[in-house]
Design a binder for this molecule. Structure first.
Ligand code: 5GP
Ligand code: ZN
Length: 141
């Protein structure tokens, strides 16, 4: 896509600090890292949403992201990593070329996900699980 900054990065029209490239995916350092080494893994083909990325490409994104996460643990300050993908503006997606964040984590990194834990009202969890399972069966078989 011609006006997409990540497509431009893949084509070399915008510079990036490349970590990895193959026929399906491209990985590079995020310009504004949560922690140093924060990496983005993107499909070479433009997709806005993870839902339209072919399974083999999505699988490669996950595999490469996990390997980079493990490698980041070799840096002294990191003991783990988060894989994060924002799909849609309300989910925090800013660049509309799907990307998997690999965020290295250390015990003292001072970063916290703003994670909450709600309670389902009576019957709601069964209802939601039922709807999702039925729709998925319909689509995937
Ligand atoms: P999102 O919020 O869409 O999940 O994340 C977009 C990410 O892309 C942000 O973390 C941002 O720092 C990164 N980013 C945006 N523009 C550029 C760029 O031109 N180069 C690089 N390397 N990263 C970028
Ligand atoms: Zn793109």
């Amino acid at each position: 896509m011609s006006d997409c900054i990540f497509c431009k990065i893949i084509k070399g029209e915008i510079p990036s600090r490349k970590i990895y490239e193959d026929e399906l995916v491209y990985a590079f350092l995020d310009i504004s890292p949560i922690n140093f080494g924060h990496t983005l893994v993107i499909p070479k083909e433009h997709h806005q949403s993870a839902a339209t990325v072919p399974e083999n490409v999505a699988g490669r994104m996950f595999a490469i992201g996990s390997r980079i996460g493990i490698l980041l643990k070799r840096f002294d300050e990191y003991d783990g990593y988060n894989l994060h993908l924002a799909d849609g503006t309300v989910a925090g997606q800013v660049v509309m070329h799907v990307h998997l964040h690999v965020v290295p984590r250390g015990a003292e990194d001072g970063f916290r996900w703003n994670w909450r834990q709600q309670q389902y009202p009576e019957g709601r969890a069964d209802e939601i699980a039922g709807i999702l399972a039925a729709k998925l069966r319909e689509k995937i078989g």
